[in-house]
Design a protein around this ligand. Structure first.
Ligand SMILES: NC(=O)c1ccc[n+]([C@@H]2O[C@H](COP(=O)([O-])OP(=O)(O)OC[C@H]3O[C@@H](n4cnc5c(N)ncnc54)[C@H](O)[C@@H]3O)[C@@H](O)[C@H]2O)c1
Length: 439
């Protein structure tokens, strides 16, 4: 028997506009990738919405449809892309500059990429100290800039004949800041916009504009952005799904694979040292201590939550955890992340694990952007609102309801994601409990 009746989900008809603040390496690798996949020039490797299956009912039933056949997702053919950047380069020029995808592949998708010209950005250099570009909105207060973004969004909706929209922040990492009174209520936030409160970051103005236009919002960077009461309440009031923060790709992805395994076997940890070299623009921005602090916070929080040292003090209380990122231009987007992990086992005997992950940052991030866009749109059509914890799977620092701790274990996150899809369709949730022992 189904545990609930299926949720009413509006069909995925018409065009889905994907609006991206920050048309850099991640955004252009995502857009170029979708265009390449549509033309049969590549496969959507790394994307659950395109490749993964979902088991339904008992194992004996043998029902494992593709996720995209199980829930009504937008088709790749129906996606239209737009965005903002402080540089005027088209998505084609930006993709060439990012040097993630081969020029020969980009040449084959040049036409659609060249048509994507970034709209002037809302930007403040105090929030991203290493960058400065000419394609920015300069007129008026922060509220005027929010209104200008709202006009951009409505104009995009009309020009591209979009049925629905989703916004996903792929902009640079802003400097670390903590919520202040201006972030607590919508009234404070709007008053702050009007009087140019310095505590309101550009990314927060985009998130506000998204929510004011009924657009679901995801945050791919570690910035505070929508993780503040004023915007979380606005999302709930207006019935709009939101999620964040910080795509879980390279080293933190590895961490959330390995740490739950060590903990599952009750092995101890005395140290975990992670260091990276990275040579793209993201790496350059993260050279600034303020931006690095935002990243460090999301990267460090992961182990604490997975290992639960308060429950297992003898195994994890004294863990020394450090994360470093070094800007090293020769590597470009091809990051190298090293982990030295000091563990201990039976009778406290020490052992070591070394990981050397030679990854490609934007190649890992692009399928996450695709899945988030499609799942947020699904959530919107299913009437889901506020923080979408079932999308924690994609983030280093998942947003959670106030007072709850985030779930970082990737396998629990995946189970939550799939169970949410089962719940939407009125299928039994899978607990992995085999009651056949009692037959
Ligand atoms: N690639 C990954 O694996 C990964 C993982 C987690 C998080 N992220 C985050 O995703 C974001 C994008 O990464 P990337 O490698 O594409 O970086 P990038 O530097 O190539 O692109 C970011 C773009 O954002 C633009 N930008 C900055 N502030 C803006 C603003 N206010 N409005 C509009 N545009 C703005 C910059 O000009 C730049 O073109 C970064 O914050 C990064 O930390 C990336």
């Amino acid at each position: 028997m189904p545990v609930n009746s299926p949720v009413n989900i509006a069909p995925a008809q018409g065009k889905l506009g994907v609006l991206i603040p920050g048309l850099g390496a991640v955004a252009t690798t995502f857009i170029a990738g979708v265009e390449a996949i549509k033309r049969g020039l590549g496969r959507p490797i790394g994307s659950l919405t395109q490749l993964a299956t979902i088991r339904l009912g008992k194992r004996t039933e043998g029902r494992t449809p593709l996720i995209r056949d199980f829930v009504p997702l937008a088709n790749l053919e129906d996606l239209v892309f737009g965005g903002w950047d402080i540089y005027p380069d088209t998505a084609y020029e930006s993709a060439l500059h990012a040097k993630v995808l081969e020029p020969a592949l980009l040449e084959q998708v040049k036409e659609p990429l060249q048509a994507i010209k970034p709209m002037p950005a809302v930007f403040e250099q105090e929030y991203v100290r290493r960058l400065n570009g000419p394609n920015v909105k300069t007129q008026g207060s922060k509220m005027d800039k929010a209104q200008a973004l709202i006009a951009d969004i409505e104009n995009f909706r009309k020009t591209h004949n979009c049925d629905r929209l989703v916004m996903i922040w792929c902009g640079s990492t802003e400097v670390y800041h903590t919520p202040t009174s201006v972030h607590q209520t919508l009234a404070n936030f709007e008053a702050g916009l009007a009087k140019n409160d310095p505590d309101i970051a550009p990314s927060q103005i985009y998130a506000y504009a998204a929510l004011m236009t009924g657009t679901p919002f995801a945050n791919g960077a570690p910035n505070l952005t929508s993780d503040i009461p004023a915007l979380i309440d606005l999302a709930r009031e207006r019935q709009i799904p939101i999620c964040g923060k910080d795509f879980k790709t390279g080293q933190t992805f590895m961490k959330t694979l390995v740490a739950p395994g060590l903990k599952a076997r009750m092995l101890g940890l005395s140290g975990w040292f992670s260091t990276n070299i990275l040579g793209n623009r993201d790496g350059e921005v993260l050279e600034d201590p303020g931006s690095f602090k935002s990243k460090e916070e999301t990267k460090l929080s992961v182990l604490e939550q997975i290992l639960q040292p308060h429950l297992y003090p003898e195994l994890y209380k004294d863990l020394y955890h450090a994360v470093r990122i070094n800007y090293y231009p020769p590597r470009g987007d091809a990051k190298e992340g090293w982990d030295n992990i000091d563990i201990f086992g039976w009778l406290g005997y020490p052992m070591q694990i070394k990981i050397d992950f030679l990854c490609r940052d934007s190649i890992l991030a692009a399928p996450l952007v695709l899945d988030l866009v499609l799942f947020l749109d699904l959530a919107q059509r299913a009437g889901m609102k506020g923080i979408q914890e079932w999308l924690s799977f994609y983030f280093k620092a998942p947003m959670t309801a106030p007072g709850l701790y985030p779930e970082h274990d990737i396998f629990i996150q995946l189970m939550k994601l799939k169970n949410t899809l089962r719940w939407m369709r009125g299928e039994d949730l899978i607990t992995h409990l085999g009651l056949e022992y009692y037959d």
